[in-house]
Design a protein around this ligand. Structure first.
Ligand code: NBG
Length: 840
């Protein structure tokens, strides 16, 4: 019996036995008393998992628990869905289109939102089970690469918490981001089989399906009223089916939804082929259709020509827009009022084909005129840019595009023709301008520039931190800014304090609440009220004890996963994020090597002992990023096994960084490394998570670091390095990394050591590609920033020795992080971009 059938059966059995959603005797589906919850878990174990306690596995218990919690979400969810009925008009729903949603484990988070954490823990204890152990059973849905996908998850949390109706639309990848193991010091990737034991958090909607076409050609025809029309005749059709996951707000009735699309064959078998005996041909087609939502692309690899990726993008965008139009029509509103029902946010360019698809749906399928459709499209869509790195700006080769989406290419040509006419009127005779703005890039071969398509088709364009938005206006989207200055906004990123403090750092959350009440959980600005306690010795003592416990917990995990003993008495210096040259994990390694050399030369040197911890995945095809991991683990091996060094310096690479592993990491940090080359990190969000958990930041003036420093105060932030402007100046004047290296004996020593094979058992070739890249080009200017970074680390060391002052700085960091709650970001989107309001 399926889960849904068993629930139906229970309901048929009447309110006494099954619990009445309106509040019957047993309240099996809704009750919140520990005894009732315990009984509900047993019911679910029996009726859903088909198990009795004596034979239940950990996963059976986890599933039973998850269903019990889901039941408690459902009645709020069902009520919230009332929003989509025809009786509710005048409410604009946010539709967040994103190729990635990195939601993290659902169970703990749902319990926090529902306010049932303690009750459920008691219920689980009553059953004689270990609550933490059950929580750890959950396989996290790793449907994202890093910051961009996690931002989408934080935004979903805030939207629901702020009672803004929203749907997150994306892809239900069967394989999310790969799992990372470390073997011989190298990253090894394995597939992420997150669905293998079932996913209790989603509800498959077999009746919500859409057809999505590919290829073929378009045909012009005349309709009955003599109008010129075009229809697209695709040569392949794939079906998208909806899977819904509830997204609860924190302690509110609102439950929003994440709707992810799975691709399927239109017919399970191509019967015609089957009948003529081509059994394998029929199955092949089915398999090909299902490949579309198979796997998430790891980013940081060359984009060009990844056919399947464009197909994925179009697939989920088309399903989502068709679904929105269906919902809009449920309200019995005409298509020309579509923008009143939905505000659609394009999370980076991945969904930007929405511009052409919405036009196609409105013009070809709902028969609106071009101008009218265009107005609606622009009023509906808004675009967020998340990177300035040229290699991450999507563009598709024209032949590939035409082959896959011929009708969309025609539409894009028409959009572009009209757009360039407008440009021509504004800048007559300026061919260079037109070429730079054009949606079609013709500088070297022909490409469709997705950022241009998104910018032309949106009424609002935003960057994700103040510096990033300024650079966007000056560089990548300069010409667009000159053309449409009023369309540009900045909305600095934020993270949800529910997951990133309450869930991940419960003791700190409890201490804060004890001092200032619990309103900070939804109004993070309230954290300011902690400031008066910053100097209070008793409060400082509690603060330190919590940090100590968090460090102990992480040390335990490090021991378990890497067999390295990390001493919680040492300074925990942590850098966790994707591996990328611009993020400069290897700059931190250069400091580690320098510190090691100093300690070897002067064993009595008075520096606080440090444990330097790294975690993060490298794109499977990004050779240098993987080599940086190997460098970290190689340096770790030498340093950690040097008896003269002991606990004074330890290096750890913590494998498989994901949301689950991140939870115990941020709260355990003393020092947060945010050391990207200025101008390269759009915002960063890990920087916020660390700081909110009382770590001090060592960082450059990049991304949101700039604003974090402004908020916490320069005296509570360790700043080093070139500014974005200085980076550009130095580049244009001619930068010689080798000169920098010669000028600094300690840098030279570190570089020579790595080159000589000191950390690679004498192998001189292993790290050569990395060293060559640094000494010849040093694209990300590690050598230029090295002296200032090392000096800054010295300031960190001095500061750490004075634990009173350090603790005060730590408290002030947390107290002043209110701005970086994603609730603030969402309020800004709501006001500046979406024109949406909270509903009751
Ligand atoms: C990333 C940036 C981060 C930023 C997140 C969320 C992409 C393309 N960009 O700096 O690198 O914090 O987006 O905005 O993943």
């Amino acid at each position: 019996m399926s889960r849904e059938e068993s629930s139906k059966k229970k309901r048929k059995e009447g309110p006494e036995k099954a619990g009445n959603p309106q509040g019957g005797h047993e309240e099996i589906f809704t009750g919140t008393k520990p005894e009732v919850i315990a009984r509900a878990i047993l019911e679910n174990l029996y009726h859903v998992q088909g198990r009795v306690p004596a034979l239940a596995t950990d996963n059976d218990w986890y599933m039973a628990l998850a269903y019990t919690v889901r039941d408690r979400l459902l009645n709020r969810w069902v009520k919230s869905m009332g929003m989509f009925s025809k009786d509710v008009k005048g409410i604009r729903v946010v539709s967040y289109l994103s190729a990635e949603f990195l939601m993290g484990p659902h169970l703990g988070n749902s319990l926090i939102s529902l306010g049932l954490y303690d009750e459920v823990r008691q219920a689980v204890n009553q059953l004689g089970l270990d609550f933490e152990h059950l929580l750890s059973q959950e396989e996290e849905p790793g449907l994202g690469n890093g910051g961009l996908g996690r931002l989408a998850a934080c935004f979903m949390d805030s939207l629901a918490t702020l009672r803004i109706p929203a749907i997150g639309y994306g892809i239900r990848y069967e394989f999310g981001i790969f799992d990372q193991a470390i073997r011989d010091g190298w990253q090894v990737e394995t597939t992420d089989k997150w669905l293998r034991f079932g996913n209790p958090w989603e509800i498959p909607r077999a009746e919500i399906v859409y057809n999505v076409g590919f290829g073929g050609h378009s045909e012009a025809y005349e309709d009955d009223r003599g109008h010129y029309r075009v229809r697209w005749v695709p040569n392949r059709v794939v079906k998208g089916m909806a899977y819904d996951t509830p997204v609860p707000g924190y302690r509110v009735d609102m439950v929003n939804m994440l709707r992810l699309w799975k691709s399927e064959a239109v017919e399970s078998f191509d019967f015609q082929a089957f009948n003529v005996g081509d059994y394998y041909g029929a199955v092949e087609k089915k398999v090909a259709s299902e490949t579309l939502s198979k796997v998430l692309y790891p980013n940081d690899e060359p984009e060009i020509g990844k056919r399947l990726r464009l197909a994925q993008q179009y697939f989920f965008v088309s399903c989502s827009l068709q679904d929105m139009i269906r919902i809009h029509r449920l309200k019995e509103l005409p298509p020309d009022r579509f923008h009143e029902t939905f505000a659609v946010q394009l999370n980076d360019t991945h969904p930007s084909i929405a511009v052409a698809e919405l036009m196609r749906l409105l013009v070809d399928e709902h028969f609106l005129g071009w101008e009218e459709a265009w107005e609606i499209t622009r009023k509906t869509l808004a675009y967020t840019n998340h990177t300035l790195l040229p290699e991450a700006l999507e563009k598709w080769p024209l032949p590939l595009f035409r082959d896959m989406l011929p009708r969309h290419l025609e539409i894009i040509y028409e959009i572009n023709r009209r757009f360039l006419e407008e440009v021509g009127r504004k800048y007559p005779g300026d061919g260079g301008k037109a070429a730079r703005l054009s949606i079609i890039d013709e500088t070297q071969g022909k490409y469709v520039r997705m950022a241009h398509l998104a910018s032309v088709g949106s009424h609002a364009i935003n960057g994700v931190a103040a510096l990033h938005t300024e650079l966007l206006k000056k560089t990548v989207l300069k010409d667009f800014y000159e053309l449409y200055p009023e369309s540009f906004h900045n909305v600095t990123n934020g993270v949800t304090p529910r997951r990133w403090i309450v869930l991940s750092n419960p003791r700190l959350a409890e201490l804060i609440t004890r001092k200032i009440g619990d309103r900070w959980i939804r109004r993070a600005e309230d954290l300011k009220k902690l400031e008066p306690f910053a100097d209070n010795p008793e409060f400082q003592g509690e603060w330190q004890r919590i940090k100590w416990e968090n460090k102990q917990r992480l040390a335990g995990l490090i021991k378990e996963r890497t067999n390295i003993s990390a001493d919680p008495r040492t300074l925990f210096d942590i850098q966790v994020k994707r591996l990328h040259e611009y993020k400069r994990q290897h700059l931190s390694v250069l400091y580690v090597v320098t510190l090691y050399n100093r300690l070897k030369k002067n064993p009595k040197a008075d520096v606080p002992p440090r444990t330097v911890i790294f975690a993060g995945k490298a794109a499977p095809g990004y050779f240098l990023a993987k080599l940086i991991i190997k460098l970290i683990t190689s340096v770790a091996e030498v340093v950690n096994s040097d008896p003269e060094i002991g606990d004074r310096l330890k290096v750890v690479f913590f494998p498989d960084f994901n949301v689950k592993n991140a939870l115990p990491i941020y709260p355990a940090a003393d020092l947060s490394e945010q050391i990207s080359t200025a101008g390269k990190e759009a915002s960063g969000t890990g920087n916020m998570k660390f700081s909110m958990n009382g770590a001090l930041t060592i960082g450059t003036l990049d991304g949101a670091n700039v604003e974090i420093r402004e908020e916490v105060g320069a005296e509570n932030f360790f700043l080093f390095g070139l500014t974005a402007g200085e980076v550009m100046d130095l580049k244009s004047k001619g930068y010689s990394p080798w000169q920098c290296c010669l000028a600094n004996p300690e840098l030279r020593e570190a570089v020579d050591q790595i080159r000589s094979g000191f950390f690679s058992g004498g192998d001189k070739n292993l790290f050569r590609p990395l060293i060559d890249s640094l000494t010849s080009r040093d694209e990300y200017m590690l050598f230029a920033d090295y002296p200032s970074y090392v000096d800054c680390q010295e300031r960190v060391n001095r500061a750490y020795r004075d634990q009173k002052t350090w603790t005060k700085m730590s408290i002030l960091n947390v107290a002043r992080m209110g701005k970086f709650s994603s609730d603030r970001s969402i309020r800004e989107y709501g006001e500046k971009i979406w024109a949406v309001k909270a509903v009751r």
